[in-house]
Ligand binder design. Structure first.
Ligand SMILES: Cc1ncc(COP(=O)(O)O)c(C=O)c1O
Length: 435
């Protein structure tokens, strides 16, 4: 079956022909089905090869089908796989996480990033005895009820200029209205507003949850100063500072955005690149908070049949072992930064309105603007959705696969990046002709 035939076939059995609504490509408006993936390449059902800049929604930063991960999977088959028991591999991964990430004093596993954000919220509520969670307007934290509000730049409170609380905006049908009463939503990078909120309502706030670097809306960074201000305010008001590193982890180095900005969260959440494509995520953080799970009187319940599954743990050990190698990130990030500079030069020389913003191996391309995009309002105000769509459709047609967020894996070597830049140059040339 070719791609189109399979899409039609799958729709008879799978809702929408897919297992996740995020599989629909925002440019082609249909899912991409793969026959295989290898290194930096993906192959569709007709065997057409693409240089992949999606990398499994940022999960496969070390490359698809990485041999070391396959070896780890075989190791699990040799052990004999089972469920709902721990094995020494489970503890070995937790030890590695605590050794590499200073903020991670204790670890508990879940199976996905969404479960990690959900558990972290419950943990903060259980630990503080408070109900409210502060969320950032426009930030993505997965697919549960507390996360599916104000979750992308497209779902922000557009009327908020950035200096007041945002209205809660449901991003999905089926979210209980009661959820709104459990949240305060604030614009990002405004510590004064958070401080003001805490002065008035700190006694009812359990946690603030944020992404340190936003890669769900391209690439928008924060600052050390902002993150440190949030840290101080949390300390002053006894609020749990939760940093979601599900997408930002292991991209700028061995930690995540919190290490990059030099701030220590109370809880940090890792998934995706932690295991390089095998399901597992980790909630990690201060022992005194994590131990609320073991409270003999009033514990926070954190359990699941597949939590700490052996495949995920073995993949996590293999991934961290690769990334722990001295200098591992240096050559990769040098390549990546040179790619960003060269791509920006291509845009500038062609006088094509586009800005490349990258931090570590993940980046965004904002099309329609020459001004940097530094907040979520800028995306609607400055970028050009039609030009953006036409641009990325051309990229896909010419064999560069782009989806929602863009990652350059450790397997995108110099030659592949040069080839990608040549294709991007052609796409820009053709787009310019149509402008
Ligand atoms: C920042 C962030 N948090 C949480 C999640 C949810 O992770 P998962 O898709 O594994 O549930 C994602 C997924 O893209 C994410 O980008």
């Amino acid at each position: 079956m070719n791609n189109t035939e399979y899409f039609q076939h799958a729709q008879q059995y799978l809702t929408g022909g897919v297992s996740s609504s995020f599989r629909y490509n925002p440019f082609t408006a249909r899912p991409m089905y793969l026959s295989k993936a290898e290194g930096a390449y993906i192959y569709d059902l007709e065997g057409k090869r693409f240089i992949d800049f999606f990398m499994g929604h940022g999960a496969c930063t070390l490359g698809h089908n990485r041999p070391e991960i396959s070896v780890a999977m075989k190791q699990v088959f040799d052990i004999g796989f089972f469920a709902e028991f721990d094995h020494p591999l489970t503890g070995e991964l937790a030890k590695k996480i605590t050794q590499n990430i200073p903020a991670a004093e204790r670890v508990r596993y879940v199976n996905s990033g969404s479960e990690a954000t959900l558990l972290s919220i419950r943990l903060a509520r259980g630990y503080t005895g408070r109900q409210k969670i502060v969320r950032i307007d426009g930030q993505f934290h997965g697919g549960h009820d507390y996360a599916l509000v104000n979750n992308l730049a497209a779902n922000i409170d557009r009327d908020n200029p950035g200096d007041r609380l945002s209205q809660v905006k449901h991003a999905s049908a089926g979210i209980p209205l009661k959820v709104d009463e459990t949240l305060y939503v604030i614009p990002w990078n405004n510590a004064e507003l958070f401080e003001k909120l805490c002065k008035e309502h700190g006694h009812e706030i359990a946690a603030i949850l944020m992404n340190p670097i936003d890669y769900n809306n391209g690439c928008i960074g924060s600052s050390a100063q902002y993150m440190q201000a949030i840290r101080r305010i949390c300390d002053e008001h006894g609020i749990v500072f939760i940093i979601d590193e599900i997408l930002s982890g292991f991209r700028t180095g061995m930690t995540g955005g919190h290490g990059y900005y030099g701030v220590a969260p109370d809880l940090c959440l890792f998934g995706k690149a932690l295991t390089n494509g095998i399901p597992l995520a980790a909630v990690a953080g201060k022992e005194k908070i994590m131990m609320k799970i073991m409270d003999p009187v009033d514990p926070v319940v954190a359990g699941g049949t597949f939590s700490g599954n052996l495949f995920g743990c073995a993949a996590g050990i293999a991934s961290l072992t690769i990334m722990e190698q001295a200098g591992f990130f240096d050559g990769w990030l040098e390549r990546v930064n040179s790619f960003y500079t060269q791509l920006q030069t291509i845009f500038d020389e062609a006088n094509f309105p586009a800005i490349v913003q990258g931090l570590g191996c993940t980046f965004g391309i904002y099309i329609g603007t020459r001004e940097p995009v530094t907040n979520y309002h800028h995306i609607a105000e400055r970028t050009n959705p039609e030009l953006r769509k036409a641009f990325f459709l051309k990229c896909i047609e010419k064999g560069l696969y782009f989806h929602t967020d863009f990652t350059i894996s450790a397997q995108h070597d110099e030659a592949l990046l040069t080839q990608s830049l040549d294709i991007l140059r052609e796409v820009v040339r053709e787009a310019k002709k149509r402008m």
